[in-house]
Design a binder for this molecule. Structure first.
Ligand SMILES: [Fe+2]
Ligand SMILES: [Fe+2]
Length: 342
């Protein structure tokens, strides 16, 4: 049986006789550790990819069709879920957390590398995961686990959007750093939610990529000839955007509502019902691009201006934009120095 891991997209070949044919079963992806559930009643993975797209579907119907296709929606990474649950338990210990992180050697190595990056500036360096769990504090630790885990998901090249390997990752990190900086300076109440929602704000592109790729000429035309942003081009083609389908994905991950809502409106915060975090994400997205971390080379979004409405809402002055930009660039470079994609 051929399976595509919904987490890392690795193709896995299950040998006959090694799995039950008529019962539901699950196993861990050897590539990323994602728990893959198999129901023999479902269509085989290779038959349910985006090539099945019904061209006549649009808007709600198309979104429903995409959401029904389990392979498009990666499940919440296991380590992230377990770490989150452990941190939420007030009686947790650093040892418990270290054990969870150490389950995946690649993640553990990344967590340690990030903990010792110039961004956190620990001297002497942190030698073990357990000490990282003790010293970093829960907020930083959760951010680091998210970055370490999300690398696998965000480092992919997305052909539909012309995003080269690593660029979505850097754009996401820069947006996370930017969101945290803006929250710290302007709205400290959102300090805890800013980093993770910044990191995940464009995750809907992972889901829509195959569908954009199938209609790439039309997409490029809308962007280059009709001068639409990626966001507007998606709405024109599908009736919804990566922000909205990202909302659906993260809702299924049970991310805090304030974060999912903000991500759903990160391109149109004015329609969010005054969701402050969606304004922060909109400005963070702009500042990430202005700092040199734009994901796609042909998207007009890379030149867009910070809307006056967002500037006013967050009380951002022109001189602060330059200061933010410098800080974001430095922080991202410090955090990702020597970072390699596997
Ligand atoms: Fe976006
Ligand atoms: Fe973005």
């Amino acid at each position: 049986m051929k399976i595509k891991c919904p987490g890392c997209k690795k193709n896995i070949n299950l040998r006959e006789g090694t799995y039950p044919k008529e019962k539901k079963f699950s196993f861990l992806c050897p590539g990323c550790g994602t728990k893959i559930k198999i129901n023999p009643q479902d269509k085989p993975a290779e038959e349910t990819n985006a090539s099945d797209q019904q061209r006549h579907l649009y808007g709600k119907d198309l979104k429903k069709h995409i959401l029904k296709n389990n392979n498009s929606l990666p499940p919440i990474p296991d380590i992230l879920l377990r770490a989150k649950k452990t941190i939420e338990n007030p009686g947790h210990s650093a040892k418990e957390l270290a054990k969870i992180i150490s389950l995946d050697q690649a993640i553990a190595a990344r967590v340690l590398k990030l903990a010792n990056s110039a961004y956190f500036n620990f001297n002497p360096p942190i030698p073990t995961i357990e000490e990282a769990c003790l010293l970093l504090g829960e907020k930083n630790l959760m951010s680091i686990i998210m970055v370490a885990q999300m690398t696998k998901m965000l480092d992919k090249s997305l052909k539909g959007y012309n995003i080269a390997t690593g660029n979505l990752f850097y754009h996401s990190i820069a947006s996370a750093v930017a969101a945290e900086l803006i929250a710290n300076e302007k709205m400290p109440l959102f300090d805890l939610d800013a980093f993770s929602s910044g990191l995940l704000h464009d995750c809907g592109k992972l889901i829509l990529n195959d569908y954009v790729n199938q209609r790439k000429q039309e997409f490029i035309h809308l962007i280059t000839v009709d001068k639409m942003t990626c966001y507007r081009a998606e709405i024109k083609m599908f009736g919804f955007s990566h922000a909205e389908i990202g909302f659906d994905l993260l809702e299924s991950w049970h991310l805090p509502e304030i974060q999912t809502h903000a991500i759903g409106f990160h391109h149109n915060p004015g329609e969010s019902g005054m969701n402050e975090l969606s304004y922060i994400l909109n400005a963070a997205d702009y500042l990430a691009k202005k700092s040199g971390f734009s994901a796609a080379d042909y998207c007009i979004e890379s030149n867009h201006v910070l809307e006056a409405e967002v500037k006013d809402f967050l009380n951002i002055e022109d001189f602060e934009i330059e200061e933010f930009t410098k800080k974001i660039r430095n922080n991202v470079l410090e955090m990702t120095k020597d970072f390699t994609f596997s």
